[in-house]
Write a new protein. Sequence first.
Length: 201
Amino acid sequence: MKTMVMNAFNALANKVKNGTATDTEYKRFIAACGYLSNDEDDGRYGKAFEVLIVSDTARKKAVAPQGKIDGYFNYEGKRKAVEYKTNGGRISTLYKLTKPENAFIIYSMDFETRQTYRKDGTPRPTKHYQVAPVILKVSDFLKILEHCNATKVIGHEGKNDYEVAVQGDSAKLAKCLANYPIIFDPNAEYTADDFEDLVLF
């Protein structure tokens, strides 16, 4: 995801430099600069992902406020709402949808496996996983997460409320999604048939 985000960012930066960026693209570039420059924000690449991986004609200028629609994609000749998630994104709201089979999510992963050590103290090699953004029905995404046992429960500091999140460093999930057949193309025109009879795992 980081590589993909930075490629999209650099392409947009070139448009800004050459004076060919639209007003919306310029504002999107400024927003992405702000997100990516905040080294203390672990979610900075996810935020940049949401504003950069969009269609050429998108009006999106910044990350959507919580509770608002993240973005849209072209579906059956119309604009269809879609949720953006990356790595260990929180997904409690997805379980509350009344018709998850009619909702869509764009998801991407980019992580390094945890460092482990042999009995003699020498480090085992780590592995880098990067999954290009895929677009799925929410119902299919939840099935994949269950199959991969790739969810976790997180709590808010000092509070007794909890949320479900993706296990963002799950190698099993990364391998499963690497075989998922629909890589997200922001400019593509999708139909219902594209999402039927898919082999999920």
